[in-house]
Design a protein around this ligand. Structure first.
Ligand SMILES: Nc1ncnc2c1ncn2[C@@H]1O[C@H](COP(=O)(O)OP(=O)(O)OP(=O)(O)O)[C@@H](O)[C@H]1O
Ligand SMILES: [Mg+2]
Length: 369
């Protein structure tokens, strides 16, 4: 079994301890403080918050994932799903269904693990007052069960047609529960800012800000050495640090590269720099179609700028050196191209230069395009 996990929430031996961050989050929860948790994609927000709360004595977690919701029924359904996950005793699930009976809830069971799935009738969810009913139920369940409420991918609320009114209603309900800690997680920084930092938003300044940064390099390197050893491979601390830097210190990408290195080396091998190209090929084989699709959507100018960004270590895109390297005369043209790459979520601005969202895509562009 591959000792590295990525693309999912991690816990137990797959979780590298982040003692200080865990402590800070627990302190917020203990004082009933609402928190907005931000950080780059795959940095480890969901895993960190879940770990911090699950380690708290006497505190349970009500975890609600709003990823890609599109309708009011989705929103109500996800809240109910979170509640059912918190306590899947049938007596409890039935009580919850009774509390929201006019939303005509239905119960089914997951084919994978048999856990209960609650959903609500779409038309009933669209009727006025449905969100209030669900939020009141949420408040009651959280108070009874001494729970922290975690909304993951919270920015996806903005996908709902009537987002501002919905946010206002949620905010109204949350304000009435000063003792229940709410955690709002999100990775789309711009959208999260518009919810929590825009004076026009009902959630303006409603939560303390917490940033999930990279895992401390010495801790992460020690974790990597330990996991390779568990998987019958050897690696030095220095090489582990090299992997972390290669993947821009993004937790999920570091684990993905480690997983590929493990996959492409033999039992008892010592991992070195020369193993990286094979591991990358392994990742490219899996991701190639998606990478090609990203490129096909771009104009030749945009591809040239993308290649320029991939080639440079830290790209100062308005320098004459950069313009020469991509053979474009005007900074305006480069600016427009970069904006498009940013809109496609291929690159983002970081400390006044540009970085690839996916370091493996950067390597693919470097090596194949
Ligand atoms: N503490 C950790 N120790 C080791 N690896 C971690 C840790 N936290 C996260 N990871 C790695 O990062 C991956 C993504 O973690 P997680 O889903 O928690 O991040 P996220 O920031 O919530 O991501 P997303 O932006 O997709 O919501 C995990 O699958 C794992 O590979
Ligand atoms: Mg997440």
């Amino acid at each position: 079994m591959n000792p590295f996990k990525y693309g999912c929430v991690v816990d137990g031996d797959n979780f590298c301890a982040r003692a200080e961050a865990e402590r800070q989050l627990r302190r917020f929860a203990e004082s009933g403080q609402n928190v907005v948790v931000q950080g780059a994609r795959r940095m480890g927000k969901s895993s960190l918050v879940r770990k911090a709360i699950s380690d708290m004595r006497g505190e349970s977690m009500l975890y609600i994932d709003l990823y890609y919701i599109g309708t009011m029924a989705d929103l109500c359904g996800r809240v109910m799903a979170g509640i059912a996950r918190m306590n899947d005793k049938m007596s409890f699930v039935r009580k919850v269904m009774n509390l929201v009976s006019h939303l005509r809830p239905t119960l089914s069971f997951s084919t994978t693990d048999g856990s209960p799935i609650l959903s609500v009738d779409a038309r009933a969810a669209d009727a006025p007052g449905s969100l209030q009913t669900v939020m009141e139920m949420l408040a009651k369940v959280a108070a009874d069960g001494k729970a922290c409420i975690v909304f993951d991918e919270f920015q996806d609320i903005l996908r709902l047609p009537d987002a501002n009114r919905i946010l206002a209603e949620m905010r109204g309900s949350i304000q009435l529960q000063p003792d229940v800690p709410y955690f709002f997680l999100g990775s789309m920084r711009h959208d999260m800012m518009s919810i929590f930092s825009s004076p026009k938003s009902p959630f303006f300044k409603s939560a303390a800000a917490f940033e999930v940064d990279a895992i401390r390099q010495t801790d992460f390197a020690a974790f990597i050495v330990r996991r390779f050893s568990y998987g019958h491979r050897k690696i030095s601390r220095g090489m582990a640090s090299r992997i972390i830097e290669f993947a821009d210190s993004v937790s999920g990408d570091v684990q993905e590269l480690c997983a590929a290195l493990w996959e492409t080396t033999e039992t008892d091998a010592t991992i070195t720099e020369s193993d990286i190209p094979d591991a990358l090929e392994h990742i490219f084989a899996r991701e190639r179609k998606g990478f090609e699709k990203s490129i096909m959507r771009l104009t030749p100018t945009q591809v040239a700028v993308l290649k320029g960004l991939a080639a440079a270590d830290t790209a100062k895109i308005y320098s004459s050196q950069f313009l020469e390297s991509v053979r474009i005369a005007s900074t305006g043209t480069v600016k427009k191209a970069v904006k498009r790459l940013e809109a496609d979520e291929l690159v983002y601005e970081w400390q006044r230069s540009w970085r690839f969202v996916d370091p493996f895509f950067r390597e693919w562009v470097r090596r194949k395009i």
